[in-house]
Design a protein around this ligand. Sequence first.
Ligand code: 6GU
Length: 274
Amino acid sequence: MRIDVVSIFPGYFDALELSLLGKAKQKGLLDVRVHDLRDAAHDKHRTVDDTPTGGGAGMVMKPEPWGEMLDGILAESPTAAASSSAPEASAGTADTREPSLGRSGATSGAEPLIIFPSPAGEVFTQRMARELAEEQHLVFGCGRYEGIDQRVFDEYSGRGRVRLVSIGDYVLNGGEVAAIAMIEAIARLLPGVVGNPESLVEESHEEDGLLEYPSYTKPADWRGREVPPVLLSGNHAAIDAWRREQRVERTRRVRPELLPRELRGESRGRHAAD
Ligand code: 6GU
């Protein structure tokens, strides 16, 4: 998978060199390229922002550096159908393309998908991570300040697939940390990135949507806190049943909205324990 990232703080993405993802890059499973948006700002101060038209607080990212940067990235896309024509040049050919899939950006694959991390976007989930792991080329456009000039989204959703994606209901200073979270969630699903693929299926939010069971290792007694005896029993059916029950009860307690319909309602385990 190829991933391009555009940011005014490329240093954030040094974190991607560490651990699992660094190894994935070394193995050639993942090709991440980080671009400094200011390289596409050509005035003396390499300006990327300006005051909001119509007034208001904060600053807005100017469209021109984004246009130059994204045009360059799309022109170099390893995918076959990369749309590379500039607006002036595309006037006569624009109608020959498929109609835009717009924000929904459905259908995976053959052309780049541009993701703008934004608190105003659809919420990133494990399901979306799985979907995005099927893509050949992702481009993350990380905005700062009050956001990016709307015409950048309009331009690229008119030419290809664009999605605005949020990582949750809270506000970050920019898209960088959100992009790192999404890239990690996506990249670990690529074949060969996680050493033991079985460790992918038992996790929270995978398979049945329940949260993970609690894990223990040695020693069996630590500061008087004992490992649950069932885990030392060697009875694998009993262990599986215990873990399942832990997952259901933890989900009921912490994230009841994730519980599958058939498990909603009255708590189990109460009858025996209380
Ligand atoms: Cl993607 N960006 C920003 N700035 N804040 C966020 C976010 C993204 N997701 C949640 N909060």
